[in-house]
Design a protein around this ligand. Structure first.
Ligand code: UTP
Length: 409
């Protein structure tokens, strides 16, 4: 599209300001900006016209029980046998969601490159590879590992894995793919400029992973290898077990479309999303969407009715993911601090949120499935998320937990 056509398009969407500095740009910059504008999915902004307060359009919630640790222990051999068999025949691949910007950590490189070691180097990516390698060593075959990056961190991530020789993993079984980006806006819905010739774009949330995996061509490779299930998990939980045979075997033998690892809530009002049913389908209710009753009510054994929080570690049947690929996920509008240009073209580094980012979330994919196995894991053994430098869910708390689990730092 040329300038005139682009102007018409922008007028339709009330975004004419994006060409405000057009005449001051070089020809190359002008072309780049026009390309960026024409790639924008403006329908994303429609969400601003509806009620986008969190939890605005939710259905009727009901509790969903979990496969609890005592039953898992009693049936461990049975589950592991099924899981090991599936892994040996390459039926299960792993997808690492590493496209986020990790702003809370305040680290200006991909989060996985953060060194949690104290007396030696131990990077977040390395912890995850080590955990997956434990399983590789049991099944004596490599497990396909897909790593989702974004435009903001792709090159650095790939270079880091190369530099570190994939931490001993077989590069033939590692597949990088990039997620999509979405524009950011101010509170009035005007798309922000990062530079005079560049729109402010950010990764579109972790929920776009399957669409991006398909578009990248990696999915076809996995299918050719015989993959029938995909696990997906966050970059920042350094303790989580990845593709552990018992989890895989339990999900497969449950007959469910998907499974999610959960931990028992530490306190009734813990700020965690809880796996439950919504209008009869599996779903995740956020802590701020729960009524007082949902937070406090207990069953006859004294356990909370909504007792199991998700840790962003899931497993999906591939054919079910393909069946929902074209369905639209809800768009979450998040208030963020977004560096941008002011109307005069001066750079602004806000110290409080100044606009919206638009995100798709993997947890919404659970609601598109017919059934989900909630699989309980022990918090102290599998949940050490690194969101902040200090305090709750931090580098400090993760280091403590790693040490408690016998990892030398
Ligand atoms: P978070 O919700 O912690 O988001 O991501 P974040 O962007 O990494 O961190 P903050 O909120 O800015 O501090 C949970 C997981 O989802 C991935 C992250 O990399 C992390 O593994 N993610 C998040 C993506 O892969 N893409 C995204 O667009 C967002």
């Amino acid at each position: 599209m040329n300038r005139q056509e682009t102007e018409t398009l922008l007028k339709q969407h009330g975004q004419e300001h994006l060409l405000r500095f057009f005449d001051a740009l070089s020809e190359n910059e002008q072309q780049t900006l026009l390309r960026q504008i024409n790639a924008i999915d403006f329908s994303l902004l429609d969400v601003l016209r509806s009620d986008h307060t969190p939890g605005a359009q939710r259905g009727v919630f009901a509790p969903l029980g979990a496969l609890e640790t005592d039953e898992i222990e009693a049936r461990r051999n049975e589950f592991e046998a099924i899981g090991l068999e599936a892994l040996k025949s390459h039926k299960v691949a792993a997808v690492l969601l590493a496209g986020g910007q990790g702003t809370r950590l305040g680290y200006n490189q991909p989060k996985g490159m953060f060194n949690v070691g104290e007396t030696r180097e131990l990077y977040i990516f390395q912890c995850l590879i080590n955990n997956l390698t434990d399983v590789v060593n049991r099944v004596h075959t490599w497990i396909p590992l897909c790593i989702m990056t974004s435009d903001k961190n792709h090159d650095q991530t790939v270079a880091f894995f190369r530099e570190k020789a994939y931490f001993g993993y077989n590069p033939d079984y590692v597949f990088f793919f990039e997620q999509q980006m979405a524009p950011s806006t101010d509170f009035e819905g005007h798309i922000l400029l990062e530079e005079k010739g560049k729109i402010s774009l950010s990764p579109n949330g972790n929920g776009g992973w399957f669409v991006s995996l398909s578009a990248s061509g990696v999915l076809e490779k996995l299918k050719a290898m015989g993959v029938e299930w995909l696990t997906c998990f966050a970059v920042d939980n350094v303790l989580q077990r990845i593709n552990d045979p018992a989890f895989i075997g339990a999900v497969i033998s449950s007959g469910c479309d998907c499974g999610g690892k959960v931990v028992r809530k530490a306190t009734p009002d813990e700020r965690v999303g809880v796996l439950c049913l919504e209008d009869g389908r599996p779903s995740i209710v956020e802590y701020y969407e729960m009524t007082d009753d949902m937070i406090r009510l207990r069953d006859e054994k004294g356990n909370l009715l909504y007792n199991f929080g998700v840790i962003l570690n899931y497993m999906f049947r591939l054919d079910r993911l393909e069946a929902i690929r074209d369905q639209k996920l809800p768009i979450h509008v998040v208030e963020k601090k977004i560096p941008c240009l002011d109307p005069e073209g001066n750079p602004v580094s806000p110290d409080k949120p100044n606009g919206y980012k638009f995100e798709l979330l993997v947890l919404d994919m659970i609601h598109m499935m017919d059934s989900c196995l909630a699989y309980e894991v022990v918090r102290e053994k599998e949940f050490a998320p690194i969101k902040n430098l200090h305090g709750i869910d931090s580098v400090d708390s993760a280091r403590e937990l790693l040490k408690k689990n016998g990892v030398t730092l």
